[in-house]
Design a protein around this ligand. Sequence first.
Ligand SMILES: [Zn+2]
Length: 303
Amino acid sequence: MRNKIGLNIHSGRINGDLELLKRDIRALAQAGFDVAEIPVHGVDAVVNGHLRVGRAKQVKEILNGFDLEYTVHAPDRLNLRDFQYPDVHRKVFAASIQFTAAIGAKTFVYHQGRLKSNDSDVTEEEAREIEVDELSDLGKLATSEGVTVCVENIHSSITHLMKLLESVGEESVKMCYDFAHSYINSKKFGYDFLRSVQLAKPYIRHAHVNDNFGKGKPESAPPYIEAMPLGIGDLHLPIGWGCIPYEDVFRAMAGYDGIYILELQERFFENGYSMLKGVLQDLREMLERVEAERVESAGQADG
Ligand SMILES: [Zn+2]
């Protein structure tokens, strides 16, 4: 089985510029990727919780010009545990699901919510219950739009996210496992990274891959040019640059037939697109090596 491999369109790099969106999509298509993950915020699709229908059409027209599959990433700050402006977060979420359907995509990725320390009159438990409730509701909207909401681990453990999804209990609300975030968190919280991949497998419908050194926090880091030499934080490096054991990750993921989205820092889109081609080739070869090894050992077991 051959997994589809995608690349993120970098929201900060595109920054509302649809010509640049077109250029980057053309580059990733030429490099040989199968999928592009489109950020709702990078293309100015939602204003104050409302979908700009015309803008979504414009984006779709661009996307239709390429033979690629598309998935969608939520604004990074979308947070169902924000109690400063809870209504607008709910609306942005719903508008993002509509955007996903409008461009013909089926997967919408959302970072698991987080209670901010200044929302002190709401407890962690209450915030969790509210997020569960909201996700159940939004999951119904997602079902009616033919979209799967994939909740991505970012600041908490994988078991924490699995329990959240259990509580939501909607077929349309599953997991986006981000291995890079989890690797850093496994060091911070002291859980077994590879075991968490195995445990999470039944929930995983989408996956993010990139490399780092397991240092710092996924959600905050020094400025990139300072963090890179020190190897601190969620560096969004090509696979093989950091120390995440990706061959073991892919062994643990055997049977997963979904997409792997390579989420790279925006500097890797510079220096021409030859870099993207090389980075994709390395990842494809690693996946093929692991798959060949699995087929061979299955053959030995049969014989
Ligand atoms: Zn991610």
